[in-house]
Design a protein around this ligand. Sequence first.
Ligand SMILES: *[C@@H]1O[C@H](CO)[C@@H](O)[C@H](O)[C@H]1NC(C)=O
Ligand SMILES: *[C@@H]1O[C@H](CO)[C@@H](O)[C@H](O)[C@H]1NC(C)=O
Ligand SMILES: *[C@@H]1O[C@H](CO)[C@@H](O)[C@H](O)[C@H]1NC(C)=O
Ligand SMILES: *[C@@H]1O[C@H](CO)[C@@H](O)[C@H](O)[C@H]1NC(C)=O
Ligand SMILES: *[C@@H]1O[C@H](CO)[C@@H](O)[C@H](O)[C@H]1NC(C)=O
Ligand SMILES: *[C@@H]1O[C@H](CO)[C@@H](O)[C@H](O)[C@H]1NC(C)=O
Length: 938
Amino acid sequence: MLRAVVGLAGLVSCATAQSNSVKVKWLEDTPEYLAGVTFGLPWPRGQHLGNATTFTASGDAQLQSWATAYWPDGSLKWTGHALAASDSPATEYTITASGPGNSTLSRLRRQKNGIQVSDSGDEVVVNTGKVTATFPKSGSTLVSSIKTGSKIVGKNGRLILRSQTGTPDDDADGKPTGIDYFSFSSKVSNVTVSEDNTARSLVTVQGIHTIDGDGAHKDWFPFTVRFYLYANSEAIRIIHTIIYDGDMTKDFISGIGIRFDVPLAGEEFYDRHIRIAGVDGGLLHEAVQGITGLRRDPGEAVRSGQYNGTLLPNATAWDQRVTSRLQWVPTWSDYRLTQLSSDGFNLKKRTKTGQSWVKIPGGTRSGGLAYLGGATVGGLALGLRDFWKKYPTSLDISNGATDTGSITLWLYSPQAGPMDIRPFHDGLGQDTYAKQLDALDITYEDYEAGYNTPYGVGRTNELYLYAFDSTPTADKLSTLTNYTNNPPVLIPEPEYIRDSKAIGAYWDVPGAVDSAAARKIESNMDFLIKFYESQVEQRRWYGFWDHGDIIHTYDDDRHQWRYDIGGYGWDNSELSPDLFFWGYFLRTGRADAYRLAHDQVRHGGEVDSYHLGNFTGLGTRHGVQHWGDSAKQARIATPVYRKTFYYISGGDERTGDLVHEVLDVDKAFVLVDARRKVRAANVVYKPDPEALYLNFGTDWAGIAQAYLIEWERRGPRWEEARDKLIEAIKTYPKLKNGFVTGEALYNSLTGAWSPPPTDPSNSGNVTVSHLSGVFGVLETIDQVIEHFGPAAQNTTKPFFDAFLEYCYFYGASKAEQKDRYGKDFGNLNLKQGHSRYTAYVAHHRSNATLVPRVWSEYLGDGSKDGLAPNAPWKTERISGSDVLIPVDEAIWVSTNAAALYGVAGIESLALVGAPDVNIVGQNTTAKRAVKWNAKKAA
Ligand SMILES: *[C@@H]1O[C@H](CO)[C@@H](O)[C@H](O)[C@H]1NC(C)=O
Ligand SMILES: *[C@@H]1O[C@H](CO)[C@@H](O)[C@H](O)[C@H]1NC(C)=O
Ligand SMILES: *[C@@H]1O[C@H](CO)[C@@H](O)[C@H](O)[C@H]1NC(C)=O
Ligand SMILES: *[C@@H]1O[C@H](CO)[C@@H](O)[C@H](O)[C@H]1NC(C)=O
Ligand SMILES: *[C@@H]1O[C@H](CO)[C@@H](O)[C@H](O)[C@H]1NC(C)=O
Ligand SMILES: *[C@@H]1O[C@H](CO)[C@@H](O)[C@H](O)[C@H]1NC(C)=O
């Protein structure tokens, strides 16, 4: 790999073009088929001018490139790239950036002759070369037609929603009365299409669900559906987002679907094919009118042709004993696969409405894809990524024996019964803060009526639509089923990402410094990644709302995670497992870590965070229901958890939206007083956008990360975001005790900090919480400082110095704390997780004498409330009558401890090197700290 790193000065005066090449590889095996892919690449500061760099891909692959982030000097920080579809993807690609060359180019250069896009007044039409899709700008249809060549193989793509005003189980004897049932369809409000359409087009459709007919229900359930179409591709990737904005006591969802019609007119019934994905690449092969297994044989070629999905010979050429009696062979119009749990699916079919269903043998975990089409008229396949993991789901094929059949993918199956998202208990009489705090002391739930609401939470699903002008082979559909569930991911090498410093300068690849102790930490982190992967499966952490989350704490007695106990339930990113999984992925490029982290992005960003209403931009503290706890905080919604995915994916647009929500979280801070239950009686606090009482770690760090990303990506509010960050950085160190102040007043209009109401004269508060530093604060501050860079040192130095002080004193002795601040910090825990703070200051101050403290916090005394070196570091099999199903348990693991072990392990290894047997001498680690500093200064 050729890399020419130049400083900014060199770059500006540079007369000749700079170029360099970066390799990207598949996360897993090279896919046998590629429907197009988007990925992201980081670039070191000052290397390529944002407005004068061109990109090419090896092997002449058709590439589209755009900037997703810039360094403050205008050089590229991250770029997004799309590769067109291909039947023979390369095993890796080299992306070459050239520039600055001809600086009269105002945008990144693009190749010509990509996708054809027309944007007329009332519709957008996109032709990939294989498929043409039409997106109307109003009405109920998102996609009005899908054509392969001149054949229309799909029509009327639309969303479906069903709801009811009660659940039958509230009524006696299963005879519900007074329940109203509603059905809704999509109503499109706006449609936009990307400007650059060389290798990839993006059509974004927004709207709401509106009632069918004249029912009495308001429009609700807003959606954003993004269609990604790649050059030369027959596939359309669909990112489908919905927000719940109903009344949980009256709006019970009973079905969420997406439906496409398939024109079948003119096709013989025996040439109409149904394929439904079963298990491990398996498929159901059926025809609307089956001609196999009959009493009389139409001929071997006819039978095997139908099984294969090829056009059958004219029936006049079959054995006439069959041909003359075809009218007696039933046609099957409807097929239904129902995945009501992650463990099994049922299948059935019927000839038509009004006739009985006939069971088809089912299976365990469906691949979640269905095809309907004909040998000559073609058809569609529609699939949902993680179909069985997101149960209850189902697939319907309907009206196959009429002129227009349809495929419906149910993201929430109507067969499952209504979705009940009301609180799981009635409040237990907790009608005062005192009672709520007392209850917190036993179930760890922070309850408050009115706060336990799903109003404003969302869900994003990823679907794939494939268009065919004739029935494809079963092998092809099997490949596409795998593709739908494991869409290929291209990633740069870990060392390259690390050296760019575009996403944290606090991690390194495994083995960068080698020692027995480092290898042990590595193997322990590997254990934790695999452990969580196994727990997801063994504990069935799956389901419409749940997939992507993990649970907070274990119940040793029941051999069960505490899924049902207050604040010990769903983790909602508590203490940053996200940072562990993403950090682990960044440094190893490992697919298992990527999948865990990816699923968490799609979960935490959507379900654990609010997108509408008073809580917009806030997330919910851990609990039995993802939205149940009354602590609504920015620490859960912080984009630091989703940033790696955002940039590595080439700027996933939905994730980009989430960052904008957090940018506005200051509005929620006004509406939600986070300290309402614990405020000292003598403090009068009036929520005021110019004086919000915030914690720098649990509140501000989240909004700071949103400011940083907005600035990096030059979003619509980037200058405001930058200015607020600058103001915060200038004013925070003016608090007498810097970060040790803990909580102070934040002016959300300017970004400025001022002393807290408890210390208006700024004589110095000491408020240190174990929680302030464990939600991505160090990572955000490092990224902010790195982004400002050396040129802004005058601005950032006092802030950074204050932060390093905090890093030093958190784990310092009480005597040292008292000496410095006049008062010690009390009994703090989470020392193991905070060892990375010690490592951070050791590294940045080149202070080798601090290194033993790092390892004592991580491996010694500090590990007492974490994961100690002498923990078992293995699981124990529990089976038989002790448990529902056999499980592997590790009672010594809690998610808090695992997350901190991972994050601190990754960072401390990178920042101060490996602990040595000879931990007292610290020669090797001291050298490493100095080496890193030298590298940083360079
Ligand atoms: C499924 O897709 C993944 C990702 O492209 C690939 O690594 C794997 O080999 C595929 N599996 C099968 C059975 O084709
Ligand atoms: C390109 O960007 C640089 C740095 O932001 C700026 O100085 C220069 O004027 C820009 N050139 C053009 C042609 O836009
Ligand atoms: C830059 O590009 C413009 C437009 O293509 C062209 O007219 C000009 O000659 C180029 N200049 C150089 C120095 O290559
Ligand atoms: C599109 O519609 C949504 C509501 O469905 C609205 O929030 C959004 O601002 C609109 N976007 C544009 C670009 O008009
Ligand atoms: C059906 O597929 C099988 C396996 O590929 C093949 O042997 C057979 O000839 C095919 N039948 C027809 C009629 O195409
Ligand atoms: C089959 O052959 C008969 C007799 O030649 C003809 O009338 C009919 O149209 C043919 N059917 C198809 C589907 O080609």
